[in-house]
Design a protein around this ligand. Structure first.
Ligand SMILES: Nc1ncnc2c1ncn2[C@@H]1O[C@H](COP(=O)(O)OP(=O)(O)OP(=O)(O)O)[C@@H](O)[C@H]1O
Ligand SMILES: [Mg+2]
Length: 634
């Protein structure tokens, strides 16, 4: 329940809508309550006219007037309840917007570690369910709960006026019914949770399979994936059977109980009417009132049911919302000028993707817009320094041990080592995606952990090992870090990354849409776009993690030229398996099993007999062999 109150507090901005909805439902209830009185009155008039035999003229006029009043009351109910419904729709959509935007905002600021443990499709499925259940419930509550409450209170008061035993019986019905319903609901919800878990796992896999359909197809795993998916869904059948039979058994009990109570109520009404304590009109009035009281009781099960779903949903929601963000991220968030969700006018466009995009473009700040004050470099300090860093992704297993090196301003450093040796991990740490377990990282002479993350990251241009592009156009991808970049700047970055030629070959040129994660591009094309993206960011520190690994030698040489131009005057950290690409660096750091093995200039390390020298031998031997093969066949 507290989680529901939190939702209300969370969506304070909607208070005027809540009030409008409640006002509408109060009016609906009042207008609705007039009807049984009018019908009761009509019944008495009719009965009186029938008894008197004659004098029907006035009675006819009276009943026609009453019918007109009933019409007026019912029309009022129709109109007002629809106005309330409109407010309800607007409110629930706004609520969905607020909850979704906040959730997304939160997700975007969770630490990398959190994402490592989650599956995209599962996160999305869970979010959708929580938010749907919360908004459905609030919509239902606001549209019907207030009027239900008023109707019930009025019925109780009126019945107490006519015959208190009726009130007593009604007063028994409510709590017992609520109790029976919540008993039902607890077990029902638990089973629902089990089902959801299976469905979330299936949805997670579903999204993964769709995202990597090529692999699925190439390994002919369609049947297998489908079988897993349907097994998960089918496993919910048994749960549903148990769940439903429990629910329906309990429903028989509570409805039978309700029927029993109403038996008592009808007996009282009928007997007393026969005894002359009530007129026929009063009997009709009471029967209608009792019928009106029955509706809230019966819908109680629905209310409680959806309340519990909403509670479960909001718990899921808040579990994510409460995940601690890294305090450094929190600082950046707090410093942001506006909160898109609080602005509240992100209205009504969440359901439609284009609307959201349009909206986001209007309001959202540029992704790397830094809000923290500019950090000052400590004079003479290395631009990047790792000081005795130990690091583990998971408890126990250290991936890096005692990493200690410094990169001076303008220096080009290469990281060399076997696959899995921890090179990309060093990049992750430098970007502040993870915190070292021991030791520290310094950037421009300041402990990286104390730098605002936006400042830190805006200083580092990075080409990741996997090109990681987005759906959308090539231009959007290149300008991702600087959406405000001019046409010339985008084209210039593309040209330097040797991408301009192939981009222009597309029918739509820079507007070419490249599919999810850039699926419609070749691996080398993706890499060149990623290089152009980093070039356009124009950051003082450049990190290249296998930035040209997918390119052929010719393209690589061309990109390399662009990169060298870019690296001039910049501090660079380069990871490359192909040693030819790092021949021109100032120093090489070799890594072995997460430890630094050697640090030195390419010439020094080539002569030292260490990892670099061995790799160099292997690669030149490989090249010679290739050449030899070429000679024979050529
Ligand atoms: N997110 C992660 N969670 C847990 N372990 C990880 C994660 N990322 C990498 N690792 C592990 O950390 C180790 C180092 O990985 P890293 O990606 O740094 O290697 P690398 O030197 O970049 O290798 P490569 O040359 O193949 O890219 C590997 O053993 C890997 O299994
Ligand atoms: Mg790597």
């Amino acid at each position: 329940m507290t989680s529901l109150l939190r939702i209300v507090r969370f969506t304070r901005a909607l208070a005027p809508l809540y009030i409008a909805i409640i006002a509408c439902s109060v009016l609906t209830a009042v207008a609705g309550l007039a009807v049984p009185f009018l019908i009761g009155h009509a019944t008495d008039t009719v009965a009186g006219a029938v008894d008197e035999q004659g004098g029907t003229g006035t009675a006819v006029r009276t009943v026609v007037l009453i019918a007109a009043a009933v019409l007026a009351a019912e029309l009022a109910v129709t109109v007002i309840s629809n106005v309330g419904g409109w407010f309800g729709d607007v409110m629930s959509n706004r609520m969905r917007t607020i909850l979704s935007v906040r959730y997304y905002d939160k997700l975007l600021h969770l630490p990398q570690r959190w994402f490592d443990g989650e599956i995209t499709g599962t996160i999305v499925a869970r979010l959708n369910r929580s938010i749907t259940e919360i908004t459905n419930f609030t919509k239902m509550m606001s549209n019907s709960f207030a009027s239900m409450l008023i109707t019930t209170a009025a019925v109780l008061a009126i019945s107490a006026w006519y015959a208190w035993p009726l009130t007593v019986l009604l007063l028994i019905v409510f709590p017992v019914y609520v109790w029976l319903t919540s008993l039902t609901s607890v077990k029902w919800q638990r089973l629902e949770g089990e089902k959801n878990e299976q469905i979330d796992i299936a949805s997670g896999r579903f999204a993964e399979v769709v995202g990597q359909i090529r692999v699925v197809k190439s390994f002919v795993r369609e049947r297998g994936e489908l079988a897993d998916f349907s097994r998960r869904f089918r496993s919910t059948d048994a749960t549903t059977r148990a769940q439903s039979s429990h629910w329906h058994r309990m429903d028989v009990i509570r409805r039978a109980f309700l029927n029993l109570i109403f038996f008592g109520i009808y007996v009282i009404i009928f007997v007393r009417t026969v005894q002359g304590q009530f007129t026929i009109g009063e009997m009709v009035l009471l029967i209608q009132l009792m019928a009106m009281a029955k509706a809230p009781v019966e819908s109680m099960s629905w209310v409680i049911d959806s309340a519990q779903r909403a509670i479960a949903g909001s718990k899921d929601y808040f579990r994510v919302m409460e995940t601690p963000v890294d305090p450094r991220t929190a600082a950046v968030m707090a410093a942001r000028p506006t909160d898109a969700a609080d602005a509240g006018h992100a209205s009504g466009t969440v359901a439609d993707g284009e609307g959201v995009d349009g909206h986001a473009d209007d309001r959202a700040p540029a992704p790397v817009l830094t809000v923290s004050p500019e950090i000052e470099a400590v004079p003479g300090a290395p631009v990047v320094a790792f000081r005795g860093v130990d690091f583990a992704y998971e408890d126990g297993e250290d991936v890096l041990h005692e990493i200690d090196f410094a990169v001076a301003r303008g220096e080009k450093i290469a990281l060399v080592g076997e696959s899995g040796g921890g090179k990309s991990t060093i990049v992750n740490l430098l970007l502040g995606l993870y915190e070292p377990r021991r030791g520290s990282i310094e950037v421009v002479g300041r402990p990286s952990a104390e730098l605002p993350l936006d400042q830190l990251r805006s200083r580092i241009g990075v080409v990741f090992q996997d090109a990681s592009l987005f759906s959308g156009s090539i231009r959007e991808n290149i300008a991702y870090g600087r959406p405000e970049a001019s046409e010339e700047e985008v084209v210039d970055a593309a040209r330097r990354a040797n991408a301009d030629t192939f981009i222009r070959r597309f029918p739509a040129g820079y507007e070419q849409v490249i599919g999810e994660r850039g699926l419609k591009l070749s691996g080398g094309q993706r890499q060149r776009i990623a290089v152009a993206r980093a070039m356009l960011k124009d950051a003082p520190v450049l990190v290249l993690d296998e930035a040209t690994s997918a390119l052929d030698t010719k393209a690589e040489i061309q990109v390399q030229k662009g990169l060298e131009e870019l690296m001039a005057g910049r501090t660079s950290l380069i990871i490359a398996h192909r040693l030819s690409t790092i021949a021109g660096v100032d120093r090489i750091i070799t890594l072995s099993d997460g430890r630094i093995d050697e640090i030195g200039s390419p010439a020094e390390l080539a002569a030292s007999g260490g990892i670099y020298a061995q790799l160099l031998d292997l690669q030149s031997a490989g090249n010679k062999k290739k050449l030899a093969t070429f000679d024979i066949t050529g």
